[in-house]
Design a protein around this ligand. Structure first.
Ligand code: ASP
Length: 434
């Protein structure tokens, strides 16, 4: 490179570095999407940067959730309040998920994404992706039944729960630990609370440090995805993709603002502060990996108290998936239409119920939505081979639904905090909303 382009590049980089962090992340994402396909092999070389970035985030999540949840529970000092927060959270999550599936089904019925698919295209996709069906069926077979699932929430070994990032088990242990601490004398309780508070604070500092490399991490992740993306499949499935993503956008813009209004938070304020977390979720396809930054932003920028955020958000990463629910609704209709299967009202109700329940046990990691989709299809007798029809665009849909999933967790946290008098909306909200 000659001196001139070099200094131009340096100037551009310096300019970018001078921008706000969330703008930098957005630039990373856009550059990744544009340059990725042009980079070819090179995009795969830089993929390890993105993977390391996800590892960094996951590295923080367990100590952060454990420490902040124990401190949060111990500071509640009131078991009734804990029960109330628990019931509100689970109630919100179940209702939001059911509404989301209904949205997906409604959009599928209204726009018929699967009607008129070419028979040759259908046959080709079913053959090309046949292996995926086997894989999904295996994953479904590995899933525990209801009784096993409930028993499994109680960890035999809390350290194992941490090693496996099993949030339901971590939450269970942390709650009981926090409650036990409140029963100890002040003198015995304080040292451990001070220690855990410091662990919590240090993890938040670490989140902020990791965030500084986020633009690069996001760039690497998106470039690698964009380079490998099958644009041909995207065109074939364009209607299905547009209906799915469009429904998610409508849901985010129509349903969450209602919840925010009930919480007294201007929606514009929320999204201005929060879109950085959505970009993150979009880039990583993982609610779990997004959790550290979600907790930090919810507390510091949205004003959700620690005891609420540390409970509602990790629980949501596991049991609340509104984007995934919409995806399941649209996909079920899409696959049924391609196979020429008519679904009655009873089938649709079963889809709402199954999709809502299935999402409860699904961890917030990439690709889990396809496992739950397999369960839904099985439940109403649609051939699970139909998964092969949607797998070609799985990644882009996974990214989008993850962004919606985390948003649903946080609107719940804002609402629960509001109803508990634990929402301290920062001063600048009115200015920003104007
Ligand atoms: N990737 C999503 C999440 O982490 C789950 C899914 O596959 O739908 O929230």
């Amino acid at each position: 490179m000659t001196d001139e382009p070099k200094s131009l590049l340096r100037r551009v980089l310096a300019k970018i570095r001078g921008l706000k962090l969330h703008t930098q992340i957005l630039i990373g994402l856009i550059l990744g999407a544009v340059l990725g396909p042009l980079m070819g092999e090179v995009a795969q070389w830089i993929k390890p940067i993105g993977d390391a970035f996800i590892n960094l985030l996951i590295m923080i999540v367990v100590p952060l959730v454990m420490a902040s949840l124990i401190v949060g529970t111990a500071s509640l000092g009131d078991l009734k309040k804990l029960g109330r927060i628990g019931i509100k959270t689970v109630g919100y999550y179940l209702i939001a998920t059911a509404i989301a599936v209904a949205f997906g089904l409604g959009a599928g019925k209204a726009f018929n994404p699967g009607a008129g698919m070419d028979e040759d295209v259908k046959a080709r996709m079913l053959t090309d992706y046949a292996g995926v069906t086997e894989e999904q069926l295996q994953r479904v077979a590995d899933k525990p039944g209801l009784a096993e699932f409930l028993v499994d929430i109680v960890p035999r070994n809390p350290f194992r729960a941490m090693v496996e990032t099993n949030f339901l088990q971590i939450i269970f242990f942390a709650l009981l630990f926090g409650i036990s601490l409140t029963i100890l004398s002040e003198e015995r309780r304080q040292p451990i609370l001070r220690l855990l508070s410091s662990v919590n604070d240090a993890m938040i500092v670490l989140v902020k440090m990791v965030m500084r490399v986020a633009p690069l991490g996001v760039f690497a992740l998106i470039a690698a995805v964009a380079a490998q993306f099958g644009y041909g499949v995207l065109l074939t499935l364009l209607k299905y993709v547009v209906v799915t993503i469009g429904t998610m956008i409508v849901f985010v813009l129509a349903v969450y603002p209602i919840s925010l209004r009930l919480s007294g938070m201007p929606a514009t304020y929320f999204f201005k502060k929060y879109y950085e977390v959505m970009l993150f979720a979009f880039s990583t396809s993982s609610s779990n990996a997004t959790l550290p930054i979600n907790i930090q932003v919810s507390q510091e920028d949205l004003g959700v108290a620690n005891d609420v955020a540390s409970f509602v958000l990790p629980l949501g990463a596991t049991i609340n998936m509104n984007g995934t629910a919409i995806y399941q609704g649209v996909s079920t209709i899409f696959i049924a239409q391609v196979f020429g299967i008519a679904l009655g009202l009873q089938d649709l109700l079963i889809v709402v119920l199954t999709a809502t329940l299935a999402s409860i046990g699904a961890a917030g990691v990439p690709g889990i939505g396809m496992v739950t989709l397999t369960i839904v299809l099985q439940q109403i007798g649609i051939p699970v081979e139909g998964i092969a029809l949607v797998v070609g665009v799985e990644r882009i849909l996974d990214m989008t639904r993850t962004a919606v999933n985390v948003t649903g967790d946080t609107t719940c946290a804002v609402w629960v905090a509001k109803t508990e008098g634990e929402l301290n909306i920062p001063q600048d909200s009115e200015k920003l909303a104007a």
